[in-house]
Ligand binder design. Structure first.
Ligand SMILES: NC(=O)C1=CN([C@@H]2O[C@H](COP(=O)(O)OP(=O)(O)OC[C@H]3O[C@@H](n4cnc5c(N)ncnc54)[C@H](O)[C@@H]3O)[C@@H](O)[C@H]2O)C=CC1
Ligand SMILES: CC(C)CC(=O)C(=O)O
Length: 408
């Protein structure tokens, strides 16, 4: 984890979707995937989990981008595609088959599209696509979910906020991913004293769970602008009271990081009022889920936001923050860039393949510079394209970039 984290927060020159502070000296990483070294051809096994809805559409684009980038950068990818979510339910009756989890665990990194859809909404909980995704995150032990939200100058007009509010926003949300109310027990359905139906969940965090995600938050903040805002609901919830206490204690280990605390309701408001006040946010599972969707709108669209999830060891899980978008699935309308950028995060943070990652990030910027937009980020004067065409345009840019232009 420490090595992967060092890699995760490594200083990179722009355009970079996790970085704010520039530094010319990349640090070394010794994550296990780098065993094959960087000279000569490297080979990696990647598990692809397209999932449901727009998932297969956006993962198909990211796979092509990875393949072409690999061939230009001396990297060979062995892709293994496995079912998860609703597609797994339809195929084998469970949302996370053992074969899928085992394949994911034995690969160098995992790229997921999205899961879920109307068809399975009424399933019992253990037969819901969403349960498969939670089991996957838990099974891989990826407790730290890093969600950068960067407003690119090319997309500032796609933001629903005023230009002066949205421009130059560059923040990272560090979300705890394997604990809290999504996993806490007891949970379920029952009846109360009046014989009324009830549903209940448990928000629970141990000190060690808070400490480990807190450290990720401090480390990320330390490599950025040294400002960490911990978001909780400590005025009401016991789990948040412990969260605030532990994060405050950790601060003494990071004297170079300026720590602040904010209640989640205020944070939701401040993200819209003045998003530039934030550099790094650390928060629990559910607050991170909600705030990162909100932050995505600063950047123009949820279709632009990638994420990286990492654990103590083993492969990382890389996925766009959006869901399966059943309203546009199968219509070639999805924006594939969040998944393409998740593939770039996979290369950079999962495999330490910085040059390849940079090639993809630069190609995305170049594609936007050339004016191509899917419907979610369209504005007048730009060229409206579908998911496939957007992928083709990114491929052209990947192909045409000279190595020198992607050197960091
Ligand atoms: N990580 C995952 O796999 C997630 C799965 N879900 C699941 O996805 C399903 C739909 O959930 P929603 O709440 O509607 O969230 P959603 O993220 O799928 O969609 C919300 C809105 O954003 C749009 N959108 C999302 N991704 C887009 C893209 N790449 N390009 C253009 N537009 C995009 C959709 O068309 C929709 O209008 C549900 O079954 C839900 O459980 C939701 C969130 C995360
Ligand atoms: C679909 C849920 C399992 C999770 C979720 O909404 C998310 O992580 O964004």
């Amino acid at each position: 984890m420490a090595a992967m984290l060092a890699n995760l927060v490594r200083p990179i020159r722009t355009p970079d979707f996790t970085r704010n502070k520039l530094s010319p000296t990349p640090s070394r990483t010794n994550f296990r995937c780098l065993a094959s070294g960087k000279s000569g051809e490297r080979s990696y096994t990647l598990t692809l989990l397209p999932g449901d809805g727009i998932g297969p559409e956006v993962v198909a684009v990211a796979k092509e981008v990875l393949s072409l980038t690999g061939s230009l950068e001396g990297i060979k990818f062995h892709f293994i595609e496995m079912p998860v979510g609703g597609s797994a339910l339809d195929a084998v009756g469970v949302p996370l088959p053992d074969e899928t989890l085992n394949t994911a665990k034995n690969s160098d990194a995992v790229l997921l599209g999205a899961i879920g859809g109307y068809k399975w909404d009424k399933n019992e909980k253990h037969l819901k696509p969403e349960t498969g995704l939670l089991q996957l995150r838990d099974g891989l032990g990826v407790y730290a979910n890093i969600r950068p939200a960067v407003v690119l100058p090319q997309l500032v007009d796609a933001s629903t906020l005023k230009k002066e509010v949205a421009e130059r926003v560059n923040l990272v949300i560090v979300r705890e991913l394997t604990g809290g109310i999504y996993f806490g027990k007891p949970r379920g359905f029952g009846t109360n004293d009046n014989n009324e139906d009830i549903g209940f969940n448990t928000e629970k965090y141990s000190a060690s769970e808070i400490d480990r995600i807190g450290r990720v938050g401090f480390e990320v903040a330390r490599k950025r602008n040294g400002k960490l805002c911990s978001v909780d609901k400590a005025n009401v919830l016991e789990a948040s009271m412990l969260w605030r206490q532990r994060i405050t204690m950790l601060a003494s280990e990071y004297p170079d990081v300026e720590l602040s605390h904010m209640y989640v309701d205020n944070a939701a408001m401040q993200l819209i009022r003045d998003p530039k006040q934030f550099d790094t946010i650390v928060t629990n599972n559910i607050f991170g889920d909600i705030l990162s969707d909100e932050a995505s709108m600063l950047t123009g669209s949820i279709g632009m936001l990638p994420s990286a999830s990492i654990g103590e060891s083993g492969p990382g899980l890389f996925e766009p923050i959006h869901g399966s978008a059943p309203d546009i699935a199968g219509q070639d309308k999805a924006n594939p860039l969040a998944t393409v950028l998740s593939a770039a995060m996979l290369l950079k943070y999962g495999l330490g393949e910085e040059s390849a990652a940079k090639r993809i990030e630069t190609a995305v910027i170049e594609t936007l510079n050339r004016g191509f937009r899917t419907g979610d980020i369209f504005s007048s004067g730009t060229t409206l394209v579908g998911c496939k065409r957007m992928g083709e345009e990114v491929l052209k840019c990947v192909d045409s970039l000279m190595p020198a232009s992607v050197t960091i």
